[in-house]
Write a protein that binds this ligand. Sequence first.
Ligand code: ADP
Ligand code: MG
Length: 667
Amino acid sequence: MKKKLAKIGLHTEADLLLHLPLRYEDETRIVTLGRGPWADAVQVEVIVRSAEIQMRPRRQLVVHATDASGSEHELTLRFFSFYPNQQAVFAPGAKIRAFGEVRHGFFGLEMVHPRFHAVAEDEPLPEGLTPIYPTTAGVSNNALRKLIGNALKYGDLADTLSEALRAQFELPEFARCLRFLHAPPAGTPQLPLENRGHPAWRRMKFDEVLAQQLSLRRAYLARREQGAPVLQAEGLLAGRLLAQLPFGLTGAQRRAVEEILRDLAAPHPMQRLLQGDVGAGKTIVAALAACQAIEAGWQAAFMAPTEILAEQHYLKLRAWLEPLGVRVAWLSGSLKSKAKREQLAATAAEAQLVVGTHALIQDGVDFAKLGLAIVDEQHRFGVAQRLALRNKGNNPHQLMMSATPIPRTLAMSYYADLDVTVLDELPPGRTPIRTRLVADSRRDDVVAFVRKLVAEGRQAYWVCPLIEESETLQLQTAEETYAQLLADLPELTVGLVHGRLKAAEKQAVMAAFAAGEIQVLVATTVIEVGVDVPNASLMVIEHAERFGLSQLHQLRGRVGRGQYESSCVLIYAGPLGEIARQRLKIIFEHTDGFEIARQDLQLRGPGEFVGSRQSGVPLLRYADLEADADLIEAARELAENLLRDDLAAAERHLRRWLGTREELLKS
Ligand code: ADP
Ligand code: MG
C-alpha cells in the first residue's frame, strides 16, 4: 500500500491531507428505477438475484438485480474487469448501492462499471457529497477516504498563517477549509466545489502558490548569499563594439544592458532572464554583457539549443569581437576530434568567449575562469542543463534569454527565482510583417509570389508540414515538398535543411542561404529559433493549422529583419478544427508576441506553455494561473514578507506543502 500511495505522491500525513478531491458525487439520495432518464450519474439500491461470468460477446461479470426502493424494475450491472472474488460480493439476496449512469440496454436497464458497495441492513445514507480522489490502480477511493479521514482526525491542521495575516489577505481558516473540501457538509452545492471557485478552494490555491513562491524565492535569496566574481570594467571593450555596429541600441536594449552590467559588478551572482520578442535584439545585449566579463578578466560562455543557432551566434560574435582582439572558441557535438581538442584546450586556457551547443556542458569541458554563463532560448533547456553550465564555473553570473514572451502572471509564478528584464521595443526601421491566410487550393499563387520576390532580389523560407507523430514521415514530406518546389521553380536555387542532416551539411546549407546563394530554403522547424537572414522577406508555412501559436510566431519572426517589406503566408488545409481556427485567427490578427502568448495561455493552459522543465512547474496542482492571477501577486508579496520577518512560519508552510517534493526543485 505504501508503495502504491507513494506512486501518486502520497508519502506523509500532510500529503494525504492535501490530496484534494477531483470532483464529488451525490450519494445522499437514492433514485427509484424507472423514474429516469437522468442526465448524470445517480445512486440506486438493489437486491441481487444472481451473478454470473459470461464469456460472450466478451468476458464479463453480469449481475441481475431488482430495485430495492419500491419499484419492481430490474437492473443489470456489468463489469468487464473485476477482481477474482468479486462475484462473491454479489451473493443472491445481497443489498448493493451502485453509483453510475443508468442506460437503456438491449436487455433493459443497465449500469456498466458502477462504483458499488454492499450495504448493511440499515446503513444510513451519507449526509454530504462524496469526494472522489485522483488515485491509481490498487488504491480504491474508499481506502483513500478512510486514510484521509484519519489524517483529518489525528493530523496536524494548525494554520501556517497567523490570524493577522489571514485577515490581511482575506483568507478563511486552513483547518475549516480542508475539512470542508474533504467532507462537505449536508446541503453544500456541488458546482462551486467542482469548478473550484469556493472560498475554501481559494485558500488552498493561495497556500499552494505561496509555497511555490516561498520555495523559489528562498532559492533565489540563498543563491544571492553566495559570492560571485565581481565583473567590473571601464566599458572600453563594449564601447569599441558599439562604435563599430551599424546601428545604435534601442532604449529597451540600453536599459537592459545597464541593468545587467550593474548585476555583473555586484559581489553576488546575477540570476536574470532577458525576455524579448523575436527580433528584439537580445544577442547584442548578451554580447555587451560578455564584453564586460572579458574586460574584467573572466570568460563568458554562450550556449544555444541547436547546432544551427549556436553556429550562427558563433559567426556573428566572432565577426563582432575578433577584430577587437577577443579570442572566441567554438564547441559543438559535430567537431572532429582534432578540432575539438584544440577548442577544449582553448576553453581551458586563453579563450575569452566560448560559444556552443550542449557540448559546453559535457564532462571534460573545463573553463579556465568562467564568470558569465549565457543561455539562449533557455526554455529549450532543462533545469539540470542550466545548472550544469553554472557548475562549469565557480558561481558565475547567469543570463538566460527567451524569445517566448510569457504573460506577466506566468513569469511571476514560474520565474520567481529569477529577475526578469523585458525588451519591450523592437529595433526601428522594421517593416511590419503582412500575414496572409491562403487555402491550399491556391498554392500556385504562392509559388508565383515566391518567383516575383526572388526576381526582386529577396529570399524565401518554405516551411514543411509538421508531423508530430513521426520524424520519418516528417522527413519524407520535407523531401517531397523540396522536389515539388524544384519542379515548380526550375529557374531558382532551392535548398533543403532538416534535422536529419549532418551538422556540417546543415551548416553548409545555412551558410549558402545567408550568402544569398540559395534563394528558396525548404525547411522543417529546425529553423524555428534564432536564425537571422535579413534579406529573407517571405515565410511560407504549409499546413499552418498543424503548428502551435508560439511556433507560428517564432517562424514568422524569421522575416521582417531587414529593410524590406516582409510577409508571412500561412497555407492551410480545411476543414479546420475549432482550436486550429482560433490559432490562425490569433496569429493573423496579432503581431505582438506578448498578446499572442496571452491568448495562447487562454487556449492551452500554462502547463503546455512554459514546458514542464521549469523549476516551479511541479509545484502547482490546484491553482490556475489565468483564473487565479490575483492570488499570485498576493502570494508573492506574502512570501517576501515571511522570508524577511518570519522564517519559522515560512518553514512550516513549506514543510506542509512541499514535504518531500521540494527535492524536485533543487536548481
Ligand atoms: P532576438 O532577440 O530574436 O535574438 P537578434 O539578436 O537575433 O534578435 O536580433 C535580430 C536582428 O536585429 C539582428 O540582425 C540584429 O543585428 C538586429 N538588431 C539588433 N539590435 C538592433 C538595433 N538596435 N537596431 C537595428 N538592428 C538591430
Ligand atoms: Mg535570438
